[in-house]
Design a binder for this molecule. Structure first.
Ligand code: SF4
Length: 281
């Protein structure tokens, strides 16, 4: 039976590869990579009872500033600072309703994302995480992530609050380790901020830290990406997530593309290979 299942899986994979290439003009190399990733994910998901379980996503829609490429639903904290407590009041009501709605099911994972969750003050973060613990049964949760995200919003005090709750994974996202690019894309933090935030998290005992990177950022070629990878590899994060820049209509970068037309946008095979080498090291 196992042999038959493997055979069916192989046929599925072949069909998936063929469809991606014929219908969506995906290169054979990328189609192969997509199938390999799907297979890995399938192995992880196999042990999860999705029918009787669920995952909780909590969004904090504020950021220190809005990145040039951003199309997420997030606003600058400076404009909404006085309303964050109101937002939390409403969020907690919604969490209560979700708890009632999903209560017979098993909670598998919690992800606090955004926006930038660490724009919350330590007191606000503590209030949110206390509510998660109070409302939901976390005894079967396999992962509890807080996307700290922007290094300019991460402080030792906030990380200590996360440590005081059952958060198992955080994300410290440089996107790039080139200051020139950070300035261009409006991140308003420095490379040193990223290193400091990462090292503080490590010193407090976080043993599952992800770092998000973006390839294809304006003005970045293989040299800049290699520099970023070298710096990130030195920090030894537990995961590296590499995104390819996807410009959606609402992003400022897409709206004002003519201002950036002299800047190159590259996501070559060479860049992808450099990232793959770094991620599998
Ligand atoms: S940190 Fe993320 S959500 Fe916030 S502005 Fe930048 S891209 Fe958008």
């Amino acid at each position: 039976r196992m042999q038959a299942q493997i055979q069916v899986q192989r046929q599925d994979q072949m069909q998936a590869r063929e469809q991606m290439q014929a219908k969506y003009y995906v290169s054979p190399k990328k189609a192969d990579l997509a199938v390999r990733i799907a297979e890995r994910e399938r192995r992880i998901l196999r042990g999860i009872d999705t029918r009787n379980g669920y995952s909780l996503y909590i969004g904090i829609p504020f950021c220190p500033s809005i990145c040039l490429y951003c199309s997420f639903s997030s606003s600058p904290l400076g404009l909404w600072e006085k309303r964050v407590d109101d937002y939390l009041d409403a969020l907690l009501l919604e969490m209560r309703a979700c708890r009632d709605f999903f209560s017979p099911r098993t909670l598998h994972t919690v992800y606090v994302g955004g926006g930038t969750p660490t724009t919350l003050t330590p007191r606000q973060m503590d209030r949110l995480l206390c509510a998660v613990e109070e409302l939901f049964d976390l005894s079967h949760a396999m992962e509890f992530t807080v996307e700290a995200g922007r290094p300019d919003s991460i402080t030792k005090e906030k990380l200590e609050v996360l440590r005081a709750h059952p958060v198992t994974r955080i994300s410290v996202n440089p996107q790039t380790m080139n200051q020139k690019t950070l300035d261009l894309i409006g991140r308003r933090h420095t490379v040193e901020d990223t290193v400091r935030a990462f090292e503080t998290a490590r010193s407090l005992g976080f043993d599952n830290i992800n770092m998000d990177l973006i390839v294809g950022l304006p003005g970045e070629g293989i040299e800049e990406v290699s520099h970023t990878m070298e710096m990130v590899e030195k920090l030894r994060p537990d995961d590296i997530t590499v995104h390819a820049l996807a410009l959606k209509r609402a992003a400022r970068l897409a709206l004002h593309m003519d201002e950036y037309e002299k800047i190159s946008f590259q996501a070559s095979d060479q860049i992808m290979e450099r990232c793959e080498a770094g991620c599998s090291a």
